[in-house]
Design a protein around this ligand. Structure first.
Ligand code: NDP
Length: 323
């Protein structure tokens, strides 16, 4: 495993990391989580991603229990949470968003659920148009000075919002964000590559990128229907099935996936591994967060690193054209 700096910060994260959205508590119980974390730690992964909103906090409980059982030294790995969506079924106005109150209380609750004393990374899961960015920057700065958070960042904020946060922090001697968590994969490139481009240069922004397989679409498993027990078949995720496969947008994406699958077959490689390894080619990626509902998927996906030598200029050009 190689390690990359989180932007210009001093933190070094494994270039592949592991997250728990959809899977933990829904498809993965704490025994399977323990098995998966064991595989991750053996492979050199040192970053595990979570959020208050994943399974309404239960994903963090599964992660905390499994990591505790493995008893890995706390200073050998990093753990994250994200704040915005809330962890309650019907959150009241103070139980969601990016107010100082909710950011502070959500942090305390995540620490309890994850059974840790501090969060290495803490993200604002979406922008909150109802809270001034200055209030959010102050709340994150305070948590860092209290030792409850080490690095803070954003997820899917616009370039303009991120720039405002950096500028406010710099003008007021506060700790600026260190990273953003955007989607990045062969089907979704524009925000990461174009909208954010100046932020890497201007602020040394790090990135922890999500959905390298576009929720599994880039395995090719949905090209002939929806397999049982796959993400698109899960109750509660009908919206995902619609946007991933059934909508006009989904159908257009599946056409691109089919072409990519044919090309991977021509190259004699696995499309999932090719897709994940492709994300690593971009030097602005600090770490690619993997997702897996089974240990066997994780083992398969970790082997993507072996494919890196395949990316000649010609292969990269062809992938860009097809995707
Ligand atoms: P992927 O796009 O890689 O999708 C992972 C899913 O694809 C798995 O759970 C599994 O679903 C399927 N899959 C993975 N590997 C294989 C394989 N080899 N063969 C067949 N199917 C496979 O990543 P995620 O969407 O899970 O995102 C990764 C992480 O990023 C999340 O856990 C989370 O931490 C973070 N994230 C952050 C977001 C944000 O807004 N900040 C949003 C989304 C994710 P199944 O078996 O059920 O079909």
């Amino acid at each position: 495993m190689k390690y990359r700096k989180l932007g210009k910060s001093g933190l070094k994260l494994s270039e592949l990391s592991f997250g728990s959205w959809v899977t933990f508590n829904k498809q993965v119980d704490h025994n399977s989580a323990e098995e998966m974390f064991g595989i991750c730690l053996d492979a050199g992964i040192n970053f595990f991603d979570n959020a208050e909103g994943y399974e309404r906090g239960k994903s963090e409980i599964v992660m905390g229990k499994a990591l505790k059982a493995l008893d890995a030294p706390r200073d050998s790995y990093c753990i994250s949470s994200k704040v915005f969506f809330g962890s309650k079924d019907n959150p009241s106005p103070t139980q969601m968003g990016l107010s100082r109150k909710h950011i502070t209380e959500a942090c305390h609750q995540a620490l309890q659920r994850l059974q840790v004393d501090y969060l290495d990374l803490y993200f604002c899961h979406r922008p909150d148009p109802e809270t001034p960015i200055s209030e959010t920057v102050w709340a994150m700065h305070n948590l860092i000075t209290q030792g409850k958070v080490l690095y803070w960042g954003t997820s899917e904020w616009s370039e303009e919002e991120i720039r405002e946060a950096y500028n406010f922090a710099h003008e007021n001697n506060l700790i600026p964000p260190s990273m953003e968590q955007p989607q990045y994969n062969l089907l979704d490139k524009e925000r990461f590559e174009i909208e954010y481009d100046a932020l890497y240069k201007d602020f040394g922004m790090g990135t922890t990128t999500w959905s390298p397989l576009a929720s599994g679409a880039l395995t090719g498993k949905y090209l002939n229907g929806i397999p049982d027990n796959s993400r698109a078949s899960l109750s509660g995720y009908e919206w995902l099935k619609k946007s991933m496969i059934e909508s006009d947008r989904g159908q257009e994406r599946m056409v691109r996936v089919a072409k990519l699958k044919d090309y991977a077959d021509d190259l004699g490689v696995n499309l999932a591994q090719l897709s994940i390894a492709w994300c690593l080619l971009n030097e602005n990626v600090s770490t690619v967060i993997l997702g897996a509902s089974k240990a066997s998927q994780l083992v398969e996906n970790l082997k993507c690193i072996d494919l890196l030598p395949i990316f000649t200029a010609e292969v990269q050009e062809k992938l860009r054209k097809l995707s």
